[in-house]
Structure formats: C-alpha cells, structure tokens
Design a protein around this ligand. Structure first.
Ligand SMILES: Cc1cc2nc3c(=O)[nH]c(=O)nc-3n(C[C@H](O)[C@H](O)[C@H](O)COP(=O)(O)OP(=O)(O)OC[C@H]3O[C@@H](n4cnc5c(N)ncnc54)[C@H](O)[C@@H]3O)c2cc1C
Length: 264
C-alpha cells in the first residue's frame, strides 16, 4: 500500500531463466532445403544437461547487423540488451547434446522470414551465439500402449527424439506436415512406428493438413504429443478433448510458433 492507502500497481516479476552460455558454430549441415543442422560448441557448455526428450533451449543471436553476441540483462520480465531493445532470442529443441565434446545440436527450419531462420541460413563455422536452458521436455508415458505424435517441420527434431525414446513395443502413429516435399527427412527408426507426411496445399493456413490428418485418425491412442503453429494445434487440442473425449492429462499440445508474429 502507498502512504495514501491506495494499492501500488502490481508489477509482475518472472523468475530469471538460466544464464546464457556463449558458444560458437562448430559445423553446419543442410539436412534438407528447409532444415539446417547447426552444431554449437564451447567450454561454457560444461555442466549443461538435458534429460527429457522434446525439451527446449533459448538461442541468443547477435543484434541485427552485428556478428558478436551481446549478453542481455534480465529486467524482471524479459531479457534486454544494454540498448534497451529486446534481445534476439528464439526457442529450439536441443536435438543432441554431446557432453564430452561440449557440443549442442539444433535443427532449425529455414522458413525465410525470421531472425533465427536467416541466421541459420547463413551461419558459418565460428559464428557466435549463446544458449540457455533447458526448458521442460516431455515425460514419456511408458505405460501407454500406443502414441500419437503430430507436428509440423519445427517439431521434427522433438518427434525424432520421441521416436528414439518410446518403448519399442509401443505402437506409434506419426503425422508430419511439410510445406515442401523436399522437407521430408529420414526419421529415427522405431519398430512399431507408422509415419505419414502431409504436404500443405498451396494457399492453406499452416497446420490445416495436420489438423485434417489428426481428425482422420480412426482410433486416437492413449497418449498424444502435438506441436506446431499455435492456432492449428489449438484446433487439434479442441478436437482431441472435445470431439474424441481424450483425457487432458493424456495429451501434450504445444504451440511452437505463431503465424504472422515474431517470437519476441
Ligand atoms: C519448445 C519449442 C521448441 C522448438 N523447437 C524448434 C526446432 O527444433 N526447430 C525449429 O526450426 N523451430 C523450433 N521451434 C519454433 C521456433 O522457435 C519458431 O519457429 C521461431 O519463431 C523461429 O524464429 P525466427 O526468428 O525464424 O522467426 P520469428 O522472428 O519468430 O517470426 C518471423 C515470422 O516468421 C513466421 N514464422 C516463424 N516460424 C515459422 C515457421 N516455422 N514456418 C513459417 N513461418 C514461421 C512468424 O509467424 C513471423 O511472421 C520451437 C519452439 C518451441 C516453443
């Protein structure tokens, strides 16, 4: 309360995320015309741990037009650069962590319209970045007899990890939406996985093909993991819960990006 007895405006303070660890690009590989594999490395990755599949890391990139990263300050709500601007930070799946070589692999979609996409398209050996995390991943329900995994291209890294982690006796239905047939990638093999790739017809909204694919699934399995464009996965969430009566605890549905909106 202020001295006059009126309540002070509430200032929300969020817990400061883990620190940023400076890294450099150790190698770059073009996995498909739509996806680049960037291996980041450096001594600052000592002690970095990722336990769960489909977890997340924050990738800090250099400010626009610059090559060197500037470590941001946490202002209680977000990371800001000394200039006062928001730091260029995006979220990715830690596809692989090599704790001996101190290397972290990210697979980044080159969609053509964002800071991270552009950075990944042109990143070269030695380019600077920083990573922070990890953020919570997916707790695999090893008791479910069957799984549904559905996502767009941004979910390919997470779905690949889930295929590596799901018990071999679990039936897995995988549905992936791609905007270009050349975006298809070889996924880790799983003895009971059935993988379907759905090409997004020109002029459709992102996620339309994925929504249709999930709606067409005859029998929804006991557990589901879904990620992709936010509005489309919201439609999938609604379908699973309302039309199929799936228990909320049985499905993890995550918006990975928002159509028409930059992530920061
Ligand atoms: C937990 C989590 C894990 C993720 N893992 C991965 C991953 O492993 N690999 C990966 O590539 N992405 C992943 N993403 C998604 C990624 O963070 C977003 O796509 C992010 O917006 C990319 O940043 P950008 O700077 O390229 O584009 P932004 O600056 O954020 O956006 C610029 C414009 O591009 C559009 N846009 C953003 N992403 C896409 C896209 N994929 N396709 C088409 N248009 C797009 C936006 O709508 C906006 O109009 C993940 C997101 C989350 C939350």
């Amino acid at each position: 309360m202020s001295s006059e007895g009126t309540p002070e405006p509430r200032i929300s303070v969020r817990r400061e995320p883990p620190r940023f660890r400076p890294v450099v690009v150790r190698s770059v590989e073009q996995l498909s015309p739509r996806m680049r594999r960037i291996v980041l490395g450096g001594p600052e990755l000592e002690g970095f741990e990722v336990d769960q599949p489909a977890a997340s890391v924050r990738l800090l990139l250099p400010p626009p037009g610059e090559d060197a990263i500037v470590l941001p300050e946490w202002d209680g709500n977000q990371f800001k650069l000394p200039s006062g601007e928001r730091a260029p930070i995006r979220t990715f799946t830690p596809r692989h962590l090599d704790t001996e070589r101190l290397e972290l692999t990210l697979d980044i979609v080159v969609h053509g319209g964002g800071v991270a996409s552009e950075w990944a398209r042109s990143a070269e050996h030695g380019a600077e970045a920083a990573v922070s995390g990890p953020g919570r991943g997916y707790e695999v329900d090893a008791t479910a007899s069957a799984h549904l995994l559905a996502g767009d291209e941004t979910a390919i890294p997470a779905i690949s990890q889930l295929l590596e982690r799901l018990p071999p006796e679990t039936a897995v239905q995988v549905h992936l939406e791609i905007v270009d047939p050349r975006a298809r990638l070889e996924l880790p093999s799983h003895p009971k996985a059935e993988v379907a790739w759905h090409e997004l017809p020109r002029g459709s909204r992102p996620g339309d093909a994925l929504v249709a694919a999930v709606e067409a699934v005859e029998e929804i399995p006991g557990a589901a993991w879904v990620a992709g464009e936010a509005a489309s996965v919201q439609r999938i969430r609604k379908h699973l819960f309302d039309a199929r009566g799936m228990a909320r605890s049985a499905a993890t549905v995550r918006g990975y990006w928002k159509m028409g909106r930059s992530a920061t």
